[in-house]
Design a binder for this molecule. Structure first.
Ligand code: NAP
Length: 249
């Protein structure tokens, strides 16, 4: 009999993280699911392969304790998918220090707390894989995104930086850059989102990439991400003029 592989997923009570948890569990992985909403995690753990470990990623000590509980239960861990995040476009139309700090605390420091909690375990084990859910919003500055975009740009930069530091210990760091996915997070957008996809689509892309591919970045849907990757390499003069024109339409 083959041994079940084991994954820890944060941001698992909703959207992309929740769909990914189901996908991994349906494929025989043992899945530790974390988020703040315990009731949802409990319902999810009715699945034979899903185990609930509630936490608030902004609380460093709580994250450490939760990781220890996961290791106590699972004994071993192969993969982490850090997908927790927050976004409220209404609060980012101007500079809103309180909201910008809250977004940074959740999207950047929340993931950093999770990385810190697992660092020693994976480095000692000299094996394993940690994947960070960032966003295509990290590629370049976009309008009305004074908190979310910078938090994701920091996260993508962090993933690149840690890639080198963890590689020395044979631990893989990878990056997920989704385009628009239909979740409670994007429900708040008041514009038409090009090439928007379902959470099942995102989970399928994430699962097949994390299990089968060795690439650093997984980005989807390609129809949108290729355009954004092209915009990313444009000199400022052209990039700023193009986006300015688009938003005036
Ligand atoms: N949807 C998209 O189009 C899209 C595109 C690019 C990137 N992303 C990224 O994908 C990730 C998932 O987003 P989503 O669209 O699936 O959003 P979502 O449905 O709103 O899910 C966000 C998840 O993060 C958890 N979370 C938020 N704050 C937390 C905290 N302090 N502690 C622990 N968990 C916390 C939430 O759980 P609780 O509320 O229960 O804590 C929830 O499970 C985010 O990092 C987001 O930035 C999404």
């Amino acid at each position: 009999m083959t041994k079940n592989k084991k994954i820890w997923i944060t941001g698992a009570s909703s959207g992309i993280g929740k769909a990914a948890a189901k996908k991994f569990a349906d494929n025989g992985w043992l899945v530790a699911v974390s988020a703040r909403r315990e009731k949802i995690l409990k319902e999810m753990s009715l699945h034979d392969n899903i185990y609930s470990f509630p936490l608030d990623v902004t609380k460093e000590e709580e994250v450490k304790k939760t990781f220890n509980l996961i290791i106590e239960k699972f004994k071993d861990l192969d993969l982490c998918l850090f997908s927790s995040g927050t976004y409220d476009p209404k609060l980012e139309k101007g500079i809103n220090i309180q909201q910008n700090k809250f977004v940074m605390e959740t999207n950047y420091f929340g993931v950093l707390h999770c990385l810190k909690a697992v660092e020693k375990y994976f480095k000692d084990k000299k094996n394993g894989h940690i994947s960070i859910v960032s966003s295509i919003a990290a590629y370049r500055g976009l309008p009305n995104s004074s908190g979310y975009g910078p938090s994701k740009a920091a996260l993508t930069n962090l993933a690149e930086s840690l890639f080198f530091d963890f590689k020395k210990f044979n631990v893989r760091i990878s990056l997920i850059s989704p385009g628009f996915i239909k979740t409670p997070l994007t429900e708040k957008n008041d514009f038409e989102m090009p090439f928007i996809k379902s959470t099942e689509y995102a989970a399928e892309k994430i699962y097949s990439s994390l299990v089968k591919s060795k690439s650093f970045e997984t980005h989807f849907p390609i129809q949108l991400t290729l355009i954004l990757k092209f915009l990313r390499i444009l000199p400022y003069k052209f990039y700023l003029a193009m986006v300015d024109k688009l938003i005036k339409r």
